[in-house]
Design a protein around this ligand. Sequence first.
Ligand code: ZN
Length: 280
Amino acid sequence: MRKHLIGLQASHFVSETDRKALEALKKLPVLPMLVQKFYEHGLDRWMYVHNMAMSVRCGPKQFKTIYEIHRECCAILDVPEPELYVSSNPFPNAFTGGVERPYIVLRSSILDTLTDDQIFDVIGHELGHIKAGHVLYQSIADCLKPLLEMVGRRTLGLGDIASIGILAAFREWSRQAEFTADRAGLLACQNLETAMGGNLALSAGPSRFSHEVNLDAYVDQARAYQEMSPADNFGKAIWFFMYGFAATHPMPVSRTKEIERWYLSGAYDNIINADFSKAS
Ligand SMILES: [Zn+2]
């Protein structure tokens, strides 16, 4: 039985790095114009309708098991129920959209890769994005280049250097926001091994050798990554500029190590053992 965290607030689990990166993002002078263009062109509505056309909506009569897991996750994290969809895609992933009308999309391959318990972690992760108010900024990040072109051409005359700085601020926040969402995932599935096992399964991908995976060995690998020699750190820095600059998600080993660190800090237990309903 998983505990329902009635009265849970985003501030209870938002990571400090996410909060600071979002603060920096909100200070960008161009941000209000990007938000304005995003709404002016009806992009939120367009993406919602596009998803509705391409995916299958879950409900009591459609993908009943997944829908019930979804409803339970909403109850655990005390989040109003967003719409849930399944879409065919061979690359395991999930995402959230819809500023005005939030929805979560699970790709078919993520459902085939993960156990039911790990699906709690994935849906909890996506609900964490909604609860933490990430969806507007994620949606803008998804169509940032055309939005920047619109604003740059018509309003600011932004050069490439300025645009790269804005892009980098979005990417940095986006990566930090994942750590917040991972915490919500753990709060939903309520088992560290389940959460880390999900990262392992998604990193390795589905295969006929999946029964031979070993979580302890993977966690050792994540620790080894964090503890590499100074020479290797230089390599990591080069890699960051090649890969990290453009990446919207942190590397899976970093996420595994970070969720373990957060759990071991006692923060997870503090939330699970708290009674937030009395505070409200
Ligand atoms: Zn995410």
